[in-house]
Design a protein around this ligand. Structure first.
Ligand code: FNR
Length: 445
């Protein structure tokens, strides 16, 4: 299905904000099309494409990095547009070809005013180089099977702006997004609706009006902006960044509901906690001084972010390699021995293997378990470990005598993760796990 840009409400490209969770959230709330954050072609051409079966995603990853530069999934395939930063048609095409079968369209950023962009001939540098604009867009349109768009800023002279948009239209692009501000203007400056309107009257391709967020907090405001600019479609950045449910025709939702919805998607797709933190703090921009805001600011993992929103149990359940139902056991040794039954044959507890509590060199839970297995003449315990990409934490499962045991606390390294699940196994079997306090009590008694 070829993407149609007519009469649409669109999530704008936003660095750091426009990653998979925000895009899926925008779609959930009613956005028709979602743009990715800008990705520079120089970097993207070095990415490899991986099918991530565990998450159901397609990941584009640099050899030098463990985290994806771009992550997408089936759910957004027909609606996601990848935005490229480029100054060269051939290189842009090489980058676009990598992702052509995984996205619905390609966009070129011709509006970024930041020096790091313009000094490399990218972003807003392009709007004063019509020949280069033509070369980049023609190369992409001719070389790709999916629609191509570009996003520009306006020029100080109206006739030059109209000349530029005519050139852009002549390249065969499917639509044109226009941020109605000059290169030097900031978001606080009023958007030039008259120029946007003049552009819509000059070209026949769909014009996507952008820049109206300061006056947009609900769907009716989107329609007002569309009417004011006579544009086919409207693209939102900041108003979606602050409250993504602005796309809902039924009206926006309270921010805490939106944040929790965001967190659920972030967990599902293992989004990095630093990015989650950034996006959530942007949503909380006026309430960052609340208790939840302070907790999010100081958080060092997605789990801690979830704690701030009362979603710890949800996190434990959803982020574990196996999953299901919960029931509670009494506390043992001051640590919660809450049992979480994740899978039919997996016994699990929410505990942490603290170095200070165990002698990991001479009498570790793992060695105790191994000795026990040998003494019973059963097969040695077998450990399997998963590494969570979002924060490089580890979780292990140990198989002993046909049963599996795991710990829902994600440890900092594989060694502690294995010790953690050995503790779960020992406690479940009623064997002393070697905790120093146990030994002390034992000696005292
Ligand atoms: C942006 N903008 C932007 N534009 C773009 O073409 N590529 C990008 O990667 C980004 N990144 C980005 C990040 C953040 C945090 C913001 C707030 C903005 C600009 C954005 O798409 C839009 O053009 C402007 O924000 C104006 O639209 P609104 O905010 O009035 O809807």
């Amino acid at each position: 299905m070829v993407l149609d840009y007519e009469n649409k409400v669109i999530l704008a490209p936003m660095v750091r904000i426009g990653r998979l969770p925000t895009r899926l959230l925008a779609l959930k709330y009613g956005a028709d099309i979602v743009y990715s954050e800008e990705i520079i072609d120089h970097r993207f051409i070095h990415c490899k494409r991986y099918v991530n079966d565990a998450l159901g995603t397609i990941d584009f990853i640099l050899d030098t990095d463990s985290r994806p530069l771009f992550r997408t999934c089936k759910h957004e395939k027909e609606k996601v547009v990848l935005q490229l930063g480029t100054s060269d048609g051939k290189r842009a095409l090489q980058a676009a070809k990598l992702v052509e079968n995984d996205v619905a369209g390609i966009d070129v950023n011709m509006g970024c005013p930041k020096e790091y962009s313009t000094k490399g001939g990218m972003g807003a540098a392009l709007i004063t180089q019509p020949e280069n604009v033509k070369e980049i867009l023609t190369t992409l349109v001719n070389g790709l099977s999916i629609p191509v768009t570009c996003k520009i800023r306006i020029l100080p002279e109206i006739d030059k702006t109209l000349e530029l948009v005519r050139i852009i239209e002549s390249t065969g692009v499917a639509a044109l997004a226009v941020h109605g501000r000059y290169k030097h203007e900031r978001p606080r400056h009023p958007v030039h609706c008259d120029v946007l309107k003049a552009i819509t009257e000059t070209v026949k391709i769909p014009v996507i009006a952008n820049g109206g967020s300061s006056d947009i907090t609900c769907y009716d405001d989107i329609e007002k902006f569309r009417a004011l600019t006579n544009a086919s479609s409207v693209m939102l950045a900041r108003s979606a960044q602050w409250n993504c449910s602005v796309f809902r025709k039924e009206g926006p939702l309270p921010l805490d509901v939106v944040i929790k919805d965001y967190i659920k998607i972030a967990i599902q797709y293992d989004n990095h906690y630093i990015n989650c933190k950034f996006c959530i703090l942007e949503m909380m921009h006026e309430t960052q001084e609340t208790e939840a805001g302070k907790q999010v600011r100081s958080s060092l993992s997605l789990h801690e972010i979830c704690n701030a929103w009362g979603m710890s149990d949800y996190y434990i359940k959803m982020s574990h390699p196996t999953t299901k139902v919960t029931n509670t056991q009494p506390q043992v040794n001051g640590q919660s021995n809450k049992r979480i039954k994740l899978d039919d044959d997996v016994i699990s507890m929410d505990i942490q293997c603290k170095r200070c509590d165990y002698d990991l060199t001479n009498q570790s839970p793992k060695s105790i378990l191994l000795e026990w297995a040998r003494s019973k003449g059963i097969k040695e315990p077998v450990y399997t470990t998963s590494c969570r990409e979002s924060d490089r934490r580890f979780c292990s499962i140990v198989k002993v005598d046909g049963r599996k045991y795991t710990n829902t606390f994600w440890e900092r390294n594989k060694r502690l993760a294995e010790q953690g699940c050995a503790i779960v196994c020992l406690r479940s079997l009623g064997i002393n796990d070697g905790r120093k306090e146990n030994i002390l009590n034992h000696n005292n008694s």
